[in-house]
Write a protein that binds this ligand. Structure first.
Ligand SMILES: [Zn+2]
Length: 132
């Protein structure tokens, strides 16, 4: 799922949570975790393709391809599967276990799990090109 999809879904979930609870606590960490979990793609992109420019990464995240610069035209299909350690079941289970003990971690864990659920759903969509 692209960055804008995660932003939209995160804002929708936050709006629903606020509408139900009238409580803004945890919405910031939830939204941050929902977005920043995808930073785990960066080391893989850098190792495999030498992509170190954050603008290139943002173009890939928003458009599925680099649209400007010296790597213009490189697509997610070209890049292929990226290592995503923060998306792994082990990391998500560990963060969830910590969240059971520490309430301040819960919004971060919820954001990561929500993001992963959205990715999982998108990866199973027949029209989805990438599973970021
Ligand atoms: Zn993701």
């Amino acid at each position: 799922m692209r960055i804008q999809g995660h932003v939209a879904l995160g804002l929708c979930a936050s709006a629903v949570k606020f509408a139900v609870t009238r409580n803004r606590n945890g919405l910031g960490p939830f939204l941050l975790a929902n977005l920043l979990i995808d930073l785990d793609h960066l080391p893989s992109y850098w190792r495999s393709w030498g992509i170190a420019n954050p603008l290139d990464y943002l173009q890939i995240g928003f458009f599925g391809r680099i649209v400007a610069g010296k790597r213009s035209g490189l697509t997610l299909v070209d890049i292929g599967a990226a290592s995503r350690p923060l998306h792994s079941a082990v990391v998500l289970a560990a963060v969830s276990l910590v969240a059971l003990r520490y309430s301040t971690v819960r919004p971060f864990a919820a954001g990561m799990l929500y993001h992963r659920a959205a990715d999982w759903y998108a990866e199973r969509s027949p029209n989805q090109i990438n599973g970021d």
